[in-house]
Design a protein around this ligand. Sequence first.
Ligand SMILES: *Cc1c(COP(=O)(O)O)cnc(C)c1O
Length: 472
Amino acid sequence: MQYISTRGGMQPQPFSETLLEGLAPDGGLAVPEQLPQVDAETLERWRALTYPQLATEVLALFATDIPREDLAGMTAAAYADFPDEVVPLRSVGGGITLVGLSEGPTLAFKDMAMQFLGQVLEYVLERKDRVLNIVGATSGDTGSAAEHALRGKERVSVFMLSPQGRMSAFQRAQMYSLDDANVHNIAVAGVFDDCQNLVKQLSGDIEFKRAQHLGAVNSINLGRIAAQVVYYFWAWLRVTDGVEPEYREGFEVSFTVPSGNFGNILSGFFAKGMGVPIRRLVLAANENNVLDEFFRTGVYRPRSAADTHATSSPSMDISKASNLERFIFDLVGRDATGVVDAWKALDTDGFFDFSAQQPRFEGEFGIVSGTSTHADRLATIRSVHEESGEIIDPHTADGVKVAREFIEQDVPMLVLETAKPQKFAETITEAIGVELPLSPELREMMDAPQHVTEMADDEQVLRAFVAEHALH
Ligand SMILES: *Cc1c(COP(=O)(O)O)cnc(C)c1O
């Protein structure tokens, strides 16, 4: 299996080559030359597998340049600290089942992919005898998932910029309590956009980037997309465990995905293309609904930072959706010229317009969408709690709210649980008046000494810091 760029300007590359770079050299994103196919018989064979075993099978289709036994070692290690089932499913009534993706160390779904990425990065770097210094900006979940996945690794270090005083106490503790020598927390005097600009300045300087072996693990990373495909297979298999064997083949389910950068739902789109019987992929947005607008109208208009709202489902607060380009590539018939033209229009006009194609979004690709607001989130957390006794986090609540608009008779609706409520305790209290107790481990994390370097919003200061602490 080889990977090409959505903009047509990259020699086909194997999986491991796509992991270390962010964008393709032509500014596009790496996509499989063609999606691997899984037939009904193979799906049935996979029914007996544990989650790490299933992950090995699915990832082996993407990572054909890595021996299967090595992949098996990596998936076993990646999910070793999760509960036995790794991804538990539970019904919350009203035809809705939650797919639990937040059982990892940072209580959010990004652990699912990042834990695997940590394993495979170390493996690839060892074989190439290289090191990698990850520089990233975070407003919460991504940074902590990356740090927890990469802590203690020998060939990778992490420099994670976060906006000083803008993260919750929980988020700060989750990152700053790590005291591994290869983890560098940097609190910038500024907002998230300032952090992101600093990262862009550093990685945009090709010479500095080479000399300091800089890399990224952001949401366009193909290793993350591939690892996320696995749980769509898993969820389908677990739902159809409860279906009479003769009706399992082609038994359709729908998924609702709380979305920001279009990474998670893109993995579902890949799973559908590979043969998982998925009827609909429902995209749930919060007030920053640039993607809902696109899927309803065909017009994609990224927002400015000033038009991007800070909401109570903060991990979905995006101004543009980095992974959308991979969907556009399929929409235009896998034709790089079509992608380049769309992005040219975006540059000149501030939007691109596929309204003539909009009926295909649902008809051909099965993607529909909706928006949820703060009031919706609170009402949904409340109603799910009343009906099932379950407490769901605000992002998952956005999912349940939009999922309810697309429930169909006889089609199970699976909502991806993208975070645990403990992570967003203030909103839970606002919704149902309950103070969520912290487990002893979380209590300990909150009380642990914190390790963070405070820094001015100054590129030169950051350069000097990275050059001094980077692995070489
Ligand atoms: C990152 C994140 C999302 C959005 O996922 P995308 O892949 O960016 O669409 C949703 N919920 C939570 C809790 C997240 O951390």
